[in-house]
Design a binder for this molecule. Structure first.
Ligand code: 0RA
Length: 637
């Protein structure tokens, strides 16, 4: 991205709204006050730094999760202007941090929304933080100001000298606002990895100081979205060794596309607009799909691989096994759709379509070997799809997927109102048995799943459907799948995955998430999928007891004990070790339990972890186990 040369001063900031509204209705600004909203605070600040990178001024962003779950974000951008805003009689820094939408980037210059749920601005983060400290390096000095729940403690003041520029924002989310304070390392890492892929050469580091030994990861990709595609196809057998890449810039904005086919059955086509993952698609994705289908069919006919009498290959067949990233940047993105993640700008359809048509046609001409493989694979996919359709019709005729024949293993609940009910997908029959005894049968259903359910990624659709466990899940949930999927038929609005806290459990959780991601993505998009959080430890002190859900909680609980107190410690290796009362009390009672709501990004990460595990290579499997080493200590070796 080329640097913008316009200068900027305090008076340009427009004044829109105060912060009271944000504290009153936080959900309106950050979506929720649960874990999702909590993490959005970090994204909002990081996205401001990424905006600086997009404008050509920032090369590095550092994110630190501190021991108390406060967050620091440091960048080396231009810094926030420090001079007094004449009208408002305060520094521009204070204006940016206390007035809604005062990002100062609405002049029509640059790409203004790089991300953030609603691109609401750092003032929202300030409003929802118990404490916030901003440090700005600019004009030769270091400037500092502190806030409490959005209110400045004192005006901006110089506290030292510096020749460089940049911003450091440290904030502690307000526990009066948020239901939870714990940041999830993997959620943040996944997001920053994605941001780094989308912004070639931008370095993002993530440090977790909550561990005894701080964990640090650096995300920086010289290949940008080409590296993203390689990452998706890592550990998969690919059809051509190098991802295809093309880019173009026009008055409409800029487009980058990278794609590579693998030997698998499913596609991973991700479209972004100004770094926002447009889950609902939109004009850029339409343009891509149109061009892909047309270009491959044209080529297949010209080469005589498709005969005159043959039907065209369908888009779906062509996209089988395709990993692709489409990233567009535009000045005034219009986000539409239920979750505001569908790009509406019509000019993008034509731009993407013409670039992909031209780039792909050229690639096919110049690379006849992979070109032929790609077309042959699509033709095979078409055949397999026809066979799968037949298999599905057969299965349906047998009534296997109808909700009228609920699986025998399902212990259903008595209430029929889906919005009020939940189903626990439980690993293993013994834990399933405990869960059945523990549950509140009026609204909680239990479906025990035996061992490892079928690998839906590798098995084609028709084989997956012949798995008893998969059939049980589909019929219990009631929505059907694929083209027949109907969210209105969902029998529960919560499907809660409950697995052991060990490597096998993590593996099975990945499998179930992959299943939802591939067969029922809308269940995830609607927020219907959750992960149960069983405790890892029970601390018993005489007649009293307490549970700990992670190492940190255990340490804190032990530290709280009065000196000399005798206690015993039980480590849970699996759900089966808890009796029904314990299971209810710790994991199933809605008034006490914590559930993690699954996002599409989580599912994507799960699928990735999953292919790593299932691949033929040993290295990624070893890595997964090392990453889950905490759980591995429970393995009986
Ligand atoms: C207002 C105006 C300008 C930059 C920023 C705000 C800014 C905000 C944040 C938040 C985190 N890091 C940031 N870096 C910059 C433009 C400054 C100019 O024109 O010099």
């Amino acid at each position: 991205m080329s640097a913008q040369t316009n200068s900027y001063s305090g008076k340009d900031i427009q004044v829109l709204e105060g912060l009271e509204a944000v504290r009153k209705r936080p959900g309106m600004y950050i979506g929720s006050t649960g874990p999702k909203g909590l993490h959005h605070l970090v994204y909002e600040v990081v996205d401001n730094a990424v905006d600086e990178a997009l404008a050509g001024y920032c090369t590095a962003v550092e994110v630190v999760i501190h021991a108390d779950d406060s967050i620091s974000v440091t960048d080396n951008g231009r810094g926030i202007p420090v001079e007094k805003n004449v009208k408002l009689k305060k520094s521009t820094v204070e204006v940016v941090l206390t007035i809604l939408h005062a990002g100062g980037k609405f002049g029509g210059e640059g790409y203004k929304v790089s991300g953030g749920l609603h691109g609401v601005g750092v003032s929202v983060v300030n409003a929802l933080s118990k404490e916030l400290r901003v440090e700005v390096k600019r004009e030769g000095s270091i400037w500092m100001q502190e806030y409490e729940r959005g209110k400045p403690k004192a005006p901006l003041a110089a506290i030292g000298k510096s020749k460089s520029t940049g911003v450091k924002i440290t904030f502690l989310p307000d526990d009066e606002i948020f239901e939870t304070s714990a940041f999830d390392y993997d959620t943040l890492a996944t997001r920053f990895r994605e941001t780094a892929f989308l912004n070639k050469n931008l370095k993002i580091t993530l440090t977790d100081e909550r561990e005894l030994e701080p964990r640090v990861e650096e995300f920086k990709y010289a290949g940008g979205i080409v590296d993203f595609v390689k990452y998706i196809n890592e550990n998969k057998e690919t059809i051509h060794s190098k991802p295809i890449y093309f880019e173009a810039e026009g008055p409409e904005g800029s487009v980058e596309v990278s794609l590579q086919w693998n030997m698998g059955y499913s596609d991973s086509v991700l479209a972004f607009a100004n770094n926002i993952n447009t889950h609902e698609g939109g004009t850029h994705l339409d343009g891509f799909k149109n061009a892909l289908t047309r270009t491959i069919n044209d080529y297949a006919r010209r080469q005589g691989i498709l005969k005159e009498k043959d039907d065209n290959l369908s888009g779906e067949d062509i996209r089988e096994g395709l990993a692709a990233i489409i990233s567009v940047k535009l000045r005034d993105p219009q986000f539409e759709g239920q979750t505001k993640t569908k790009l509406g700008n019509t000019e993008m359809r034509g731009l993407v379509q013409s670039i992909v048509t031209q780039g792909l046609a050229e690639y096919l001409e110049e690379h006849p070997k992979p070109a032929r493989l790609i077309v042959t694979k699509s033709a095979q996919a078409a055949k397999a799809r026809a066979a799968a359709r037949k298999a599905r019709e057969l299965t349906r005729r047998k009534g296997l997927l109808e909700s009228s024949t609920l699986p025998g293993k399902l212990a259903d609940c008595s209430i029929r109102e889906a919005a009020l009910t939940e189903v626990y997908l439980v690993e293993g029959d013994s834990a399933g048995g405990s869960a059945k005894q523990a549950r509140d049968r009026s609204f909680q259903a239990i479906l025990p799943l035996r061992g490892k359910i079928l690998n839906v990624e590798r098995a084609g659709l028709s084989r997956a459907l012949s798995s008893e466990e998969i059939q049980a899940m589909i019929t219990a949930i009631g929505t059907n799948i694929g083209e027949e999927f109907d969210i209105e038929q969902a029998r529960y609005h919560k499907a809660i995955i409950m697995t052991d806290a060990d490597v096998d459990g993590a593996h099975i959780r990945c499998l179930i998430l992959t299943f939802f991601y591939r067969f029922m993505p809308e269940m995830i998009e609607r927020g219907y999928i959750y992960i149960a959080q069983p405790p890892l430890f029970k601390i018993t002190m005489g007649k009293k007891h307490e549970y700990a859900y992670n190492d940190k909680q255990l340490q804190m609980a032990l530290a709280r004990l009065p000196e000399g107190t005798k206690y015993s410690l039980q480590r849970y290796k699996g759900l089966g070790e808890m009796n029904p009362e314990q299971l209810w009390e710790t994991t199933m009672d809605p008034s006490k339990r914590t559930l993690l709501q699954v996002t599409i990004d989580d599912a994507l990460a799960a699928e990735k972890a999953f292919t790593d595990l299932m691949g033929d290579q040993v290295e990624p499997r070893k890595e997964f186990i090392q990453r889950h080493a905490k759980d591995v200590r429970f393995l009986d070796i």
